[in-house]
Write a protein that binds this ligand. Structure first.
Ligand code: GCV
Length: 655
């Protein structure tokens, strides 16, 4: 096998109960069968013998039931009975989730927690693959695609393992191709590939997962002889209706389309002076008869900006492009909104669109792939960041209107909402480049299923399941510190960017400063930061009260976002009493020291880890240290040269 089993690596357990040896199944269906299979496979590995499966009720052993009156869609209930355990699912998926939960409890020795109920709290829990059919992955940091190579679609042992891994963390929707839909991928929804796509869909369905594809808005022009793809052109709409009919004839369980339009060179309705609602609704009407949905991305901004123009603010773009369309989208359209207004930086405020849209289905998009957070070389556990985003109060309907309530569908009573994440997997043996980066993959699903879990408890769970209980404490500690460490040695106080253009790994302070992407830090000899108050770009006004007043006020603005919202002089004092320049120096020295400490801690774990995991992660950590040093020295030197201010502590800053 050329892949690791990750968190589904079922190791022998100590407390083998007699009850584990019988599985009585009182329900049926393809997803239930996957649950049965998983149970048997796990028990064989954990206890050494295959359990007996009986298809009638039994007093003894583990029993599976389906009871649609159970509360919570796809929920489950686990109970201890006199001579065993029961797993009851509200649906077939509920049974499957219940079995995965039971296995987790057995492996982490937590059966005492029973009885226990659970139900996915977000209706949609989506993985977005940015895989291309040539085998590459846009922003992939762990090898090539395991779906495609040379424009062929694979189906193998690894894809089966992948489906199990996704189901085990509660994923129920997978988009199988990059949002940038190139020439060949445009054909994914045609007979050229549909039969192969169907094989994936069948596999995913066995695990309660629906398959979606990203589509090319200009498909009628590329696949047929249209000279336009105007969404209000009835022939264009008919073309899509026919295309959808054909897809659903072949794959009745097809989920729908994901669309990146009018963004970074992709075609879209703007060309025809139409709105994004016109574009999304046209596609939505094509899939509506079959229960399909259209997920439309809000990542729309001017990527041809002139750096001399200080009035245009990319941060404003998503809100400005979509806010007036609130209420104009069909019921089966969902807007997918990136967590921040820019693009997955290590620190950004939450997108104001979440507080603005009230009559539109919304999905929160996060990036598990560590494009700007260390590319799965550097350790950066992202759950604490996502937790903060979910807990952000938008004040859309008064205090307590958190992003979490919106994406759970609680605030506006929606059921097409949830989270989507750009996945970080590839065909590397360990799936994620850095073994520890799988904590983000795992954690994303677990958080979307049950957002009341803390990032720390998810880290513990992942560590115990993947690396063993012996290292749960120290590895959890490393994971929990890692986001802050990464933030310290990269760009300061929410300003972002400062990365090597295009690749986005490693420092290049001015790399994007005079470019067209709208990503500027505006550093000069006196200070740095972007004024986004009403006196500047006015971005702060996109939030609901009280945020505009807080963000626009230099004193009240959360310090970690200070440079995102304000231009600040190097000699201005922060809350800590330090000047801005001293804060920059200190955090950059600290960041490197923290990486060194992490490496020491990892070294100490060598006897408790398998040699290959230890070595693989150590190799990444050494590269992380080199990266952190490079960031420290470039940032410190850059700002020393600009400001001329010496480090109060007299440490080495290159001239
Ligand atoms: C898939 C950023 C990334 C692109 C990505 C884009 C998006 O710009 O660098 O690789 O494209 O976001 O989210 O569409």
């Amino acid at each position: 096998m050329n892949f690791s089993k990750c968190w589904l690596d079922y190791q022998p357990i100590k407390n083998v109960e007699k009850a584990f040896s019988t599985l009585s199944v009182s329900c049926s269906g393809t997803v239930v069968e996957s649950a049965v299979q998983e149970y048997c496979l796990a028990m064989k590995a954990m206890t050494g013998s295959e359990p007996e499966v009986v298809r009638t009720e039994s007093e003894e052993g583990v029993s599976l039931y389906l009871d649609s009156s159970l509360s919570g869609k796809d929920g489950y209930e686990l109970r201890k009975k006199e001579k065993g355990y029961t797993v009851t699912g509200q649906s077939e998926s509920g049974v499957l989730y219940g079995v995965f939960e039971l296995l987790r409890l057995i492996r982490t020795e937590k059966l005492a927690d029973l009885p226990l109920t659970g139900a996915p709290e977000m209706p949609l829990r989506i993985m977005n693959h940015w895989d291309n059919m040539d085998g590459s992955i846009e922003r992939g940091y762990s090898g090539n695609s395991f779906f495609y190579k040379d424009y062929e679609i694979f189906y193998n042992e690894r894809t089966e393992q992948y489906a199990r891994m996704m189901a085990s963390i509660g994923i129920n929707a997978i988009v199988i191709n990059n949002v940038n839909v190139h020439e060949k991928e445009t054909y994914l929804i045609t007979d050229t590939y549909l039969q192969r796509v169907k094989k994936y869909s069948d596999l995913f369905c066995r695990y309660g997962i629906r398959l979606y594809t990203s589509v090319n808005f200009a498909a009628p022009m590329e696949l047929a002889d249209f000279d336009n793809c105007d969404p209000l052109n009835p022939q264009v709409a008919d073309w899509w209706k026919e295309a959808a009919k054909h897809i659903y004839e072949c794959i009745p369980e097809f989920g729908g389309f994901l669309v990146k339009a009018d963004s970074e060179g992709r075609p879209g309705p703007f060309t025809y002076d139409r709105t994004h609602a016109d574009g999304a609704n046209m596609l939505a009407r094509a899939v509506a008869p079959y229960g399909g949905i259209v997920i439309w991305r809000c990542f729309v901004y001017n990527c041809g900006q002139d750096w001399r123009d200080t009035k245009t603010d990319r941060a404003r773009a998503a809100y400005d492009n979509f806010i007036d369309l609130d209420g104009c989208f069909d019921d089966n359209v969902i807007l997918q909104i990136k967590n921040g207004p820019m693009d997955f930086q290590v620190r950004e405020p939450v997108s104001p669109l979440f507080g603005g849209l009230k009559k539109t289905n919304m999905i929160l998009e996060v990036q598990i792939a560590q494009e700007y957070t260390g590319q799965q070389i550097d350790l950066c556990y992202l759950l604490p960041m996502w937790r903060e985003i979910l807990d952000f109060d938008t004040y859309a309907e008064g205090e307590g209107s958190t992003v979490l309530k919106i994406v759970k569908g609680e605030l506006y009573g929606q059921n097409l909402c949830g989270m989507a994440a750009v996945i970080n997997t590839g065909d590397d043996y360990n799936w994620t480049g850095n073994d520890l980066a799988a904590a983000n993959t795992y954690g994303y699903g677990r958080l979307a299923m049950n957002p009341s879990q803390s990032p720390e408890s998810i880290a513990r769970e992942w560590t115990a399941l993947t690396l063993g209980a012996r290292v749960e404490e120290p590895v959890t500690d490393m994971l929990m510190k890692s986001w802050s460490t990464y933030e310290k040695y990269t760009s300061p106080l929410g300003i972002g960017w400062m990365v090597t253009p295009h690749y986005h790994y490693g420092p290049d302070v001015d790399g994007y400063e005079y470019d067209r992407w709208g990503t500027y830090h505006r550093a000069d000899r006196n200070g740095l930061g972007v004024d986004r108050t009403p006196a500047g770009t006015g971005y702060t006004s996109q939030y609901n009260e009280p945020w505009p007043g807080i963000y626009a006020d230099r004193e009240k603005c959360p310090e970690e976002l200070l440079l995102f919202f304000h231009y600040v002089r190097y000699d201005e004092k922060l809350k800590s009493g330090k000047t801005l320049i001293q804060h920059i120096y200190d955090t950059h020295f600290e960041g490197v020291e923290e990486v060194e400490a992490m490496i020491e801690a990892w070294r100490g774990l060598a006897p408790k880890l398998s040699a290959d995991v230890y070595e693989r992660v150590m190799e990444r950590m050494e590269r992380q240290l080199a990266n952190a040093i490079e960031w420290r020295d470039r940032i410190n030197t850059y700002f020393y040269r600009k400001s001329g201010a010496a480090d109060e502590k007299g440490r080495k800053i290159y001239e």
